[in-house]
Design a protein around this ligand. Structure first.
Ligand SMILES: *Cc1c(COP(=O)(O)O)cnc(C)c1O
Length: 372
């Protein structure tokens, strides 16, 4: 393998993924000529493709992953006075989805595999608890059978945050199977990505799906009759055109990411415990939205990798309970020790379907050089 000082391993796959956009642009031109810009055929086709890929019977396109979480919570009646349990180590939208409805997010700790700790959920349940939002962070599924069991016993709703987990399965089943619904993001850096914002909610509940269709479109049952007040959270028809292309390449991309992850797992195993590779829960087929190490001397390693052209990142450097919004809710350092330890030790490596063996070899070599 040749290693040059100018070697660069980019974090984002976008430039390679859309290097030749012509087929997508052709379909956008056809959309432009059709005038079918509000929901319409492209969105319906996309929802059908999501149903086919996830195995869930209902999919409702939304304007973002955040709305794909918020609207099911709204449809389930979550609102002021309610508490919603969320892991602190997530993107802020997980908690924001509940908070914008007037509910109080209750932050709990996570396990070493970065998913929510079921025991911590149990301890956080109060009379006011209404729902739990497990996050399938990194594209690894949370411990859903255990979480579903405890939610069932306490009559709590589960809305799964599958923003990072389109295509991931647990015991062969997609997110949305254990909870009443799951929200998926189509953000450019998510697994199923479009050229801007978009999202989709999947559910096995026909009644909920119907309510989501109303809520995303002003509560309109027909052109002239609103049966409730809602939002404008429609998935853009133009983004649906993009998504209809990308979803067809997703299975291959997931396959490549799994192969890359297996390669990194094997090559970095000898560095344990200085470097620990992602933990795989039994039964999970993850998608590796991100590939996150836990490592000693993280800040030094991060600088070392960036200096050598490896575009590493940290997801996320501040758990939500330690962000300004968490202080307002009364949290303080030390409250959630695992999330806080991870914030100091995690490092996200480039992980996408366009990485070559040379790229991966170079990344591994730099990590080995750092700890040598
Ligand atoms: C990206 C993301 C969201 C929000 O999705 P958007 O499409 O950006 O609104 C929610 N939760 C998690 C875990 C995410 O990674």
């Amino acid at each position: 393998m040749t290693v040059s000082a100018s070697m660069r391993v980019p974090y984002s796959p976008l430039l390679q993924q859309f290097a030749d956009p012509q087929v997508i642009l052709d379909d956008i031109a056809a959309l432009a000529k059709s005038g079918d810009f509000t929901l319409g055929r492209a969105v319906t086709e996309f929802e059908g493709r999501v149903i086919a890929m996830t195995g869930l019977p209902h999919a409702v396109g939304m304007s973002s992953g955040t709305d794909a979480l918020t609207l099911p919570l709204k449809a389930l009646g979550v609102g002021p006075g309610d508490e919603v349990i969320v892991p602190s180590n997530s993107f802020v939208a997980t908690a924001g989805a509940a908070a914008v409805l007037g509910a109080t997010p209750v932050f709990v700790d996570n396990l070493d595999d970065f998913t929510i700790d079921p025991d911590a959920i149990e301890r956080a349940i109060t009379k006011r608890t209404r729902a739990i939002i497990p996050v399938h962070l990194t594209g690894m599924m949370a411990d859903m059978p255990v979480i579903a069991d405890l939610a069932w016993k306490r009559s709590l709703w589960i809305v799964e945050d599958a923003a990072q987990a389109m295509g991931a399965t647990l015991y062969g089943k997609h997110a949305g199977t254990w909870g009443i619904a799951a929200g998926i993001s189509l953000h450019p850096l998510k697994m199923l990505n479009v050229w801007g914002d978009g999202g989709v909610t999947v559910t096995h509940d026909a009644n909920l799906a119907e309510n989501l269709r109303l809520l995303r479109n002003h509560g309109l049952e027909s052109r002239d009759d609103a049966v409730c007040f809602g939002w404008n959270s429609r998935l853009s028809s133009l983004q649906a055109v993009v998504a209809n292309h990308v979803i067809q390449t997703l299975p291959a991309a997931i396959g490549r990411r799994r192969a890359n992850a297996a390669y990194l797992d094997a090559a970095l195993a000898h560095l344990s415990p200085l470097v620990q590779t992602p933990i795989h829960r039994p039964g999970v087929e993850p998608v590796y939205q991100t590939y996150i190490l836990r490592c000693e001397r993280r800040n030094e390693l991060q600088r070392f990798m960036l200096d050598r052209g490896v575009d590493v990142k940290v997801h996320y450097p501040r758990p939500m309970h330690l962000q300004t919004v968490g202080q307002h809710l009364g949290y303080k350092p030390g409250d959630l020790p695992v999330a806080e330890r991870h914030a100091q030790t995690i490092l996200t490596l480039p992980m996408h379907e366009f990485l070559t063996d040379d790229d991966l070899g170079y990344v591994i070599e730099q990590i080995e050089a750092f700890y040598a």
